[in-house]
Design a protein around this ligand. Structure first.
Ligand code: NAP
Length: 281
């Protein structure tokens, strides 16, 4: 007897921009797995009933995006270490009605840095942003015990302070600084990460070209556009860049592995994202 067709989805609001359906469906099809992945817009007030409905239709698993990554926590039965440590969930697996939450953004963020053999010993990290993604990033970095320091700069200073507390609890040397000091901070940082939404609409980054040290690594987690203003400036000065789509792919590949137990066909997922033109260099 053939195994039943499984259904997966992503919930969020807005969600129509998500590239996860194209990525995950291409992965299923590349491995000949009879499963499908769709997106559901779930407004905040409908989160609880939507999760009950997903359970009742026997959804095999789902991704969670803005604005539900934290608010979903009370509706899950079990939290994996990545979810409890970051206090956020982006992937859920349903096993016979038991929902387990994971946060694959941690692996998604760190994997492109591992791929580049980054030496974390003593490095100074500058993170712009203190939203859900920044929490996952700080949590991911907490596994690198030799990091020198992490500086958080964010529009809302209260949110920055909360993230600093999160970092300190995880044993990181974390503190916040002011947006006005960004230029000086950027020049002194080994790794610069944009985890704000600045750049999504092609806005200029508050970090200028002259404030990027060619020896720095510049990581923008925004994946659309592929080359944000910040990454463009970093490329201009020959700094090493890490693209947001790399995080997108790695977090998706990890979710695929959690659901299916199989290594994700990264090549097929990339091809679905970039078509015949391939990845940017
Ligand atoms: P979020 O929780 O809504 O946080 C947004 C962050 O951006 C906050 O720090 C916010 O500052 C800041 N911000 C927003 N507009 C700003 C502005 N005009 N000026 C200065 N700061 C501003 O969102 P998130 O989940 O952390 O996601 C952040 C970005 O990362 C999004 O663009 C998302 O698409 C991207 N992302 C990418 C991946 C990937 O796989 N590559 C994964 C997750 C997220 P305040 O605290 O002051 O509001």
């Amino acid at each position: 007897m053939s195994s039943p067709i499984k259904t997966y989805c992503i919930i969020g609001d807005p969600v129509q921009h998500s590239l996860s359906p194209i990525m995950q469906n291409s992965a299923f099809s590349a491995l000949g797995i009879k499963s499908s992945y769709i997106s559901f817009r779930v407004p905040p007030r409908e989160l609880k009933t939507s999760i009950e409905s997903l359970k009742s239709i026997g959804i095999a698993g789902f991704n969670v995006t803005i604005p539900h990554k934290i608010s979903i926590l009370p509706y899950l039965d079990v939290l994996d270490n990545t979810a409890s440590k970051s206090n956020a969930v982006n992937t859920v697996k349903n096993e016979g009605g038991q929902l387990t939450g994971y946060n694959t953004d941690l692996y998604g963020f760190i994997q492109p840095l591992y791929k580049r053999n980054i030496d974390f010993k003593g490095i100074k990290v500058l993170i712009m942003g203190a939203g859900g993604a920044a929490y996952a990033i700080v949590t991911a970095l907490s596994y690198e015990k030799e990091i020198g320091e992490i500086i958080i700069v964010n529009r809302s200073t209260q949110n920055a302070s909360n993230l600093v507390q999160h970092g300190l609890k995880l044993g990181l040397n974390t503190h916040k600084d002011d947006f006005n000091n960004l230029s000086k901070l950027a020049l002194q940082s080994d790794l610069i990460v944009n985890a704000t939404s600045i750049g999504l609409n092609n806005e200029s980054s508050p970090i200028g070209r002259d404030n990027i040290n060619p020896k720095s690594i510049v990581y923008d987690i925004i994946y659309k556009p592929i080359i944000t203003d910040l990454l463009g400036k970093a490329k201009d000065v020959n700094a090493k860049v890490v693209y947001g789509y790399e995080m997108l792919l790695a977090q998706g590949a990890q979710a695929f592995k959690i659901w299916t137990g199989l290594d994700a066909p990264i090549h097929a997922m990339k091809k679905a994202l970039f078509g015949i033109f391939g990845e940017p260099q």
